[in-house]
Each structure stands twice: as C-alpha cells, then as structure tokens.
Design a binder for this molecule. Structure first.
Ligand code: DAT
Ligand code: MG
Length: 140
C-alpha cells in the first residue's frame, strides 16, 4: 500500500456541462483528498507535452484542439492507491463501453464526433502521475 498522487482533469466537455462538482464529489466520496486544484484554458504546448505518448496517432491533433477549446479543472488527488482507484472511478476510455457506476459510464456517451468527449483524464501509472503533475503544477 502506498499513498499516491494522481493528476485528474475535468475536460472541457465536463466543465461546460457543469459536471466539475459531480466529479469532485465522487473523488471525495471515494475518500481521496484534493491536494491542489486550478481552472485554466490549457495552452496547446502544455497539451502536446501532456499527451506526448499519443503523438502521431490520428486523434492526437483533434484531441489537443478539443482540450484547448475551453476551461478545464486540473486537480491533484491524494490517497492510498489513488492512481488505479481513480481510473476505476473514471471507467473505460470509450464512454459507451464504460460501466454504469463509473463517471464516464454514468455521465458520458458518444456524441458522434471524432474526439471522445469522456469528461475526465486520470494518470495511468506512478511515472505518468509524477510527469503530469510536473507539467500542470510546476509550483508543487
Ligand atoms: P484514457 O484517457 O482512458 O487514459 P488514452 O490515454 O488511451 O485514454 O487516450 C487519451 C484520450 O485520447 C482519451 O481520453 C480520448 C482520446 N482517445 C483515445 N483513443 C481515441 C480514439 N480511438 N479516437 C478518438 N479519441 C481517442
Ligand atoms: Mg491515458
């Protein structure tokens, strides 16, 4: 068991739909702590760094454009095994396939667009979490 930190983002679709509070509520109800939080419209360069692993994929540019299309809420959460735990709270990447009970499964769907508007991002490993927290919260 390890106390971890993970980087969560409420994406522009979640922000625009007024789901920020609902996402934070689920994080807190699960027992994770909000360690840092900010609202910003992310610059393209920050997103290219954040999504570097997907560079070259067909959805990379639409994804970066979508993510910079409006405000997001970036959050550092903290708790025992919270990286895996938040991925489980978020559900599968495709909201149509995400299980009911998860954020994406309960609140998301396919909107018939090339970008998957799936409400939240969550770090997928301790290495990703450290890298992403450094990108979004260099002051920490
Ligand atoms: P996750 O966000 O579940 O970690 P990922 O890291 O594989 O998923 O992809 C990052 C984001 O890119 C994802 O939240 C939505 C988008 N994406 C992934 N696969 C996609 C695809 N096949 N078509 C369109 N967008 C996609
Ligand atoms: Mg990912």
């Amino acid at each position: 068991m390890t106390t971890e930190r993970s980087l969560v983002i409420v994406k522009p679709d979640g922000f625009h739909r007024g789901l920020t509070g609902e996402v934070l509520r689920r994080i807190e109800a699960k027992g994770y702590v909000l360690a840092a939080l900010k609202i910003l419209t992310p610059p393209t360069a920050l997103l290219q760094e954040h999504y570097a692993e997907h560079e070259g994929k067909p959805f990379f540019e639409p994804l970066v454009a979508f993510m910079s299309s409006g405000p997001v809420t970036a959050v550092v959460i903290e708790g025992e095994d919270c990286i895996k735990g938040f991925r489980s709270l978020a559900g599968a990447t495709n909201p149509t396939e995400a299980a009911p009970g998860s954020i994406r499964g309960d609140l998301g769907r396919d909107w018939g667009e090339k970008v998957q508007k799936n409400i939240v991002h969550g770090s997928d490993s301790p290495e990703s979490a450290a890298r992403e927290i450094g990108i979004w919260f260099p002051e920490l």
